[in-house]
Design a protein around this ligand. Structure first.
Ligand code: GRG
Length: 297
């Protein structure tokens, strides 16, 4: 019987949603800051990063129990990044996920603080839960190190700084654009997969393969995002076309659509090859890579 990826994604998303609801309960959000946090964390989006974290853990040990706090942490960091990304000093977006952007509802100062809080609380919540679950402090430190490095000035934040240069119309080569995507998007995807695998007891060889898998799907995911911005018919795609105008360099503006689609396929195939040594069949990480290549939103 074929693997039902939609059902798999929905079930894992539900688990993440429930855990985030418990970590950040909306009915306890009394202050403006707390309301701003829950506004962006619930109901959230695809929950791709936490689902990858759970899937990587299941691939290694058959369970996602220890990975769940890390899954919530990467989603909280992702949520911080999109709140800040929408700010007037960054992309200056009015909407996110079909509703007004956080700063449009709570103001710029509170939105900035909500992002700051989500980034910091991600680590305190994760370490507290993992310690309670009996995970060793050494392993927790290793996971903190992987996630913080991916989020910070050598990862996502650096990628955002490169992205601002792309916004200014500075001409970048295709390699520079790919490197921006690696930093801005793939590094957090990589940290999601690696943290899940580490908490499941993966060995060094397995981690190397998963690192390569996630860098490839991460870059492919961002190129696919560019493609959907050009071909998509929803409001977000239209808004992003209008905002980018002719100025912003993206993979698609430099390489054109067909070559960009070919690159997404090539990276997806290479990512899947990295999974060959994992005996599990069906392998949800493989199915997620295919789903990301085929997605229409
Ligand atoms: C420190 C002020 C300050 C800003 C930093 C780090 C940062 C802002 C922004 C990161 C850039 C960023 C948002 C990268 C991710 C790009 C991306 C593909 C976002 C959309 O991810 P999806 O499709 O979103 O997974 P959903 O809505 O499904 O969660």
């Amino acid at each position: 019987m074929s693997f039902d990826i939609r059902n798999y994604l929905d079930k894992r998303k539900e688990i993440v949603d429930r855990a985030l609801w418990e970590y950040l309960p909306p009915d306890e959000a009394k202050t403006k800051l707390q309301q701003s946090i829950v506004y962006s964390i619930h109901p959230g989006g695809k929950r791709l990063r936490p689902v990858l974290c759970l899937a990587a853990s299941e691939l290694i040990c058959g369970s996602h129990k220890n990975a769940l706090p890390a899954a919530c942490a990467v989603e909280m960091i992702h949520t911080y990044s999109i709140i800040h990304d929408d700010l007037p000093s960054m992309d200056d977006d009015d909407t996110r996920r079909g509703k007004p952007a956080n700063h449009r509802v709570f103001g710029e100062a509170v939105a900035t603080l909500a992002g700051d809080a989500l980034l910091t609380d991600a680590f305190s919540l994760m370490t507290e839960k993992l310690l309670k679950q009996g995970v060793s402090p050494e392993l927790i430190l290793r996971v903190v190190s992987v996630i913080s490095e991916a989020a910070g000035s050598k990862g996502m934040v650096l990628g955002q700084a490169f992205d601002l240069e792309m916004d200014e119309g500075e001409h970048l080569s295709v390699n520079e654009i790919s490197n921006t995507y690696l930093m801005k998007t793939a590094k957090m995807i990589e940290a999601s997969v690696l943290s899940g695998a580490m908490l499941a007891g993966a060995g060094e060889e397995e981690l190397l393969r998963l690192k390569s898998y996630s860098e490839k799907i991460g870059i492919a995911f961002q190129i696919k995002d560019d493609i959907l911005d050009v071909t998509g018919s929803d409001d977000t795609a239209q808004e992003s076309r209008e905002k980018a105008g002719a100025k912003k360099h993206t993979y698609v503006s430099v390489m054109e659509i067909q070559a960009s689609k070919a690159k997404v396929s090539e990276l997806t195939n290479q990512a899947i090859v990295e999974l060959e040594s994992f005996p599990k069949d069906p392998n949800p990480l493989r199915e997620i890579a295919v789903w990301l290549r085929e997605r229409e939103e």
